[in-house]
Design a protein around this ligand. Sequence first.
Ligand code: IMP
Ligand code: MG
Length: 180
Amino acid sequence: MENRIKLHDRTFRVLIPEARIAEAVAAGAARINADYRERKNPIFLGVLNGSFMFLSDLMKRIEFNCEVSFVKLASYEGTSSSGAVRDLIGLGGDIEGRDVIIVEDIVDTGRSIAHMVETLRRKNPASIRICTLFYKPEAYSRTIPIDYPAMNIGNEFIVGYGLDYDQLGRNLKDVYVVTE
Ligand code: IMP
Ligand code: MG
């Protein structure tokens, strides 16, 4: 594994190697398997772009019949990328009465996930739970429970395994942290 990498103007070093990520994914999948075995065809809803690699590895370990779909939180045109108004796009099928498991790459302040849960609740699913690869408990400022956090991390900026720094780094198989 390449120990230091450069993305745009910043240098990153390995924080979490591939093997540790795989262990966390397997442990998360085991918890979901135990909780959902008796439920009828739950829907995994991956949040693009960051969750694509995690969702793919997670799904290979899910042992019950399920559906997989993807959504994206897009800023409305005309607002800055950090703008407060974000639109949930891509939700094709009906989720009324269904068990939904949102799959995120990372939950930081919780702003995105809170918006997503509010939007999905209006469509009357039977249940909504949140699965995320990374969770920053010190940054989290919402009350919605994060049901399946695969790994807790501190307030550091990470990339790799789907996560990006200004769109670069998503392809890395290990997770890197920005150096000072
Ligand atoms: P939140 O709304 O503050 O929870 O953060 C949501 C989004 O910020 C995530 O879905 C990521 O796209 C991005 N983000 C937060 N922390 C990181 C990080 O450490 N690396 C890369 N992206 C991050
Ligand atoms: Mg994201």
